[in-house]
Design a protein around this ligand. Structure first.
Ligand SMILES: [Zn+2]
Length: 86
């Protein structure tokens, strides 16, 4: 019998936040981002009816801020990798 598949504890992959496509780094959440259930925003202690593209509670401004930080992080990582390869 083959050994049972070994499950390595996988670190949850960080999914990129929805990145704004509009001018000014603003997200278009006019459609499909509303829930009747209020829940705590994943970025701040306030509750919200809004949901991000993954269906997680988030304020639009908080998600936009997260997207901005994420892009910054990616740029930094890219820069660090570039520097370490020289
Ligand atoms: Zn928030």
């Amino acid at each position: 019998m083959p050994p049972p598949p070994r499950r390595r504890p996988t670190t949850p992959k960080r999914r990129p936040p929805e990145l704004p496509t509009g001018p000014g780094g603003l997200l278009d959440w006019r459609h499909g981002h509303w829930s009747d259930v209020r829940a705590q925003c994943r970025y701040c202690p306030q509750v919200t009816n809004l949901r991000d593209i993954y269906g997680r509670p988030a304020h639009k401004v908080c998600a936009e801020e997260a997207a901005r930080r994420w892009v910054e992080e990616q740029n930094e990582r890219y820069e660090n990798e570039r520097l370490s390869q020289q």
